[in-house]
Design a protein around this ligand. Sequence first.
Ligand SMILES: Cc1cc2nc3c(=O)[nH]c(=O)nc-3n(C[C@H](O)[C@H](O)[C@H](O)COP(=O)(O)O)c2cc1C
Length: 421
Amino acid sequence: MKNKATLLNIVLAAVVVVLVYQLSTHKPEVSKENTTTETLISQVEQGSTTKRSVGARGHIHPKPALVIGSYGEDGTPNIMTAAWAGIVNSRPMSIGVSIRPACKTYDNIMATKAFTVNVPSARNVAHMDYVGRISGHDENKFESLNLTAVKGDFVNAPYVGEFPIVIECELTEIVDLGSHRQFIGKVIDTKVDDRYLDDNDQVDIKAINPVIYGGDYYYGFGQRLARPGDAYKLFIDDMEPDFQPTNYANSTLATIYNRKSVRHYTDRKVTKEQITALVKAGMAAPSAVDKRPWAFVAVSERSMLDSLAAVLPYAKMLKQASAAIVVCGDMDKALKGNEQAYWVQDCSAASQNILLAAESMGLGAVWTGVHPIKEREDDVKKVLNAPESIVPLNVIVVGYPTGQEKPKDKWDESNVHWEKW
Ligand SMILES: Cc1cc2nc3c(=O)[nH]c(=O)nc-3n(C[C@H](O)[C@H](O)[C@H](O)COP(=O)(O)O)c2cc1C
């Protein structure tokens, strides 16, 4: 009995010691809910330089989210997602993919000695996520997702017909790493949907919009930062880069702050698809009572652009540009009476959407005014052959920027009045 009491006392004393130690060493946890990206970025801007160890983790960013294609021994096509993958050699161009032995893909590659690497676009994110969760041991994922398994032209592996980039690889080496085996494949052929290739066979990554695997989330491709071979000039005397340093993690804010009025364009033509995307962005604007009192005239014919330039004194850059959008108010669709004037705000919101969309697409645009100058309205209407109910608000001139124009920092705290004037 006495021994029992002594033992109990010792245990209680130990508990007290542990509790006191824990309380004295406790550091308040940073609330994850309050730690927004913006908070983190502002800490970085304030020069916080301490580093915290987070253990042996694979924090390499960005990580790709690729889809690996392979055939089973019976010829059934299969696809799985792999993030532990990347280019591992240049000559010969080789790709390494690490795969767990439990995967059907593992058995397939061991048997066929070939695989494809398929790069999904953000449009394919749900397909990519699905094939990373369901195993080919249980179902034919091509059939479940209604995707097209196209037999490789050069290797015994299928690729995904719907994905923008597909790479055929022949297995050259296997490295046993522990949990995963790395399959190294020599690239035999790479195919890219030609709508994503420019005249020099360069891939337009922004158009493809590849998926970035961020661990907790899939991300789309962000804003352009800099041209390789340009950003480094920032640190070299006598070299003027086009590059503008940016800290914006939020690509929408980056687009807003980087927008500038662009009046100088290269010879590269703006396509009909791009103009359509711009007009679609315009129509996404809010409007009073959802009246959408707008009409857009998309202009890309040289003679039309020149005719507009001839009547608009401040839109001479039309002569250089390959496209323009005339944003008009349609009085037949607008509100009536003293609410009619809301059309100007509605069409202005649409115009700003177009300018921001152009910036985000790597295009340059400038708003040139028409309304409320009556003669200009009449002249533009005449050029466009527009009906009576139409009032042109502006002509937005669009082209590929030469890089001459830079964004301005217009932040001025004296314009802000908190709560009251
Ligand atoms: C984003 C993401 C990344 C993945 N990366 C890998 C990887 O690199 N290697 C791996 O073995 N499994 C990876 N997986 C898991 C496999 O894709 C998953 O186990 C799949 O069901 C295997 O398919 P299979 O059995 O048909 O080959 C990933 C899954 C997701 C969602």
